[in-house]
Write a protein that binds this ligand. Structure first.
Ligand code: ADP
Ligand code: MG
Length: 231
């Protein structure tokens, strides 16, 4: 591919505002946020606790809707999607990793990883095969039959990442994915995330408090009460 080709914009945020509550209890969290993330970029989002990083990621991940402004993902104005289309985007096109792994305790790791495909209506066999591949990709082939409470913190987070990627999303959103891990484990999980980002051609937005991990991303932005700024 020629270097002269401009990179496509994967995420475009224009004038986005979001608050919670009504009347005297109303809290404005995000005001007039603008952001472009290029296709293939891995963006680190940092900023103090309570500033609105999770709120912002929820908007990108279609878990919540802005009060003002517009968000485009891969050229699609997501405000124009029906509820059904939004659910399908969330399930198949967006991988979301939270600080707490969220694996379901009554299912094996492989079943947990297969869950997005099962929900989307894939056959069990195909979903379980695909989950096995993803389990391998995150280094958990030997843990597929285990239940979440039999896994270490790092393994649980690897499982959550495998589940986020099993349906082949193009956008990966991770909200402090290594926030609960000791620093060596956090470094290893982050390295894996970076490698998966590259090998799968993802566009990624990663919220992290860890400056060393943020520095491994392509770009760092800081969210403050005023807005987004280069960090
Ligand atoms: P961060 O992830 O940067 O720590 P959050 O996005 O979680 O920040 O929260 C930003 C602000 O919005 C905080 O003041 C928080 O209390 C408030 N907030 C978050 N979610 C809700 C909600 N569902 N209802 C009311 N306030 C909320
Ligand atoms: Mg948060």
């Amino acid at each position: 591919m020629s270097d002269a080709l401009p990179r496509q914009v994967a995420v475009r945020v224009e004038g986005v505002g979001k608050g919670y509550g009504a009347g005297e209890r109303r809290v404005e969290v995000l005001r007039a946020i603008d952001l472009d993330v290029a296709q293939g970029e891995m963006l680190a989002l940092v900023g103090p606790s309570g500033v609105g990083k999770s709120t912002f990621l929820h908007l990108l991940g279609l878990l919540d809707q802005p009060d003002a402004g517009r968000i485009e993902l891969f050229g699609q104005d997501i405000g124009a999607l029906s509820a059904r289309e939004r659910a399908r985007w969330r399930n198949l096109r967006i991988g979301y990793v939270f600080q707490f792994h969220g694996l379901l305790g009554e299912f094996t790791l492989q079943e947990n990883v297969a869950m997005p495909l099962l929900i989307a209506g894939s056959g069990r066999r195909a979903a379980m095969d695909r989950a096995q591949e993803l389990g391998m990709a995150v280094g958990l082939s030997h843990r597929l039959e285990h239940f979440p409470d039999q896994l270490s913190g790092g393994e649980q987070q690897r499982g959550a990442i495998a589940r986020a990627l099993v349906a082949g999303p193009t956008l990966l959103l991770a909200d402090e994915p290594t926030g609960n891990l000791d620093s060596a484990t956090a470094g290893a999980v982050f390295e894996m995330l970076r490698n998966l980002h590259l090998s799968r051609g993802l566009t990624s937005v990663i919220v992290t408090h860890n400056a060393g991990l943020a520095a491994r991303c392509d770009r760092i932005l800081r969210l403050t009460a005023v807005g987004l700024e280069a960090a």
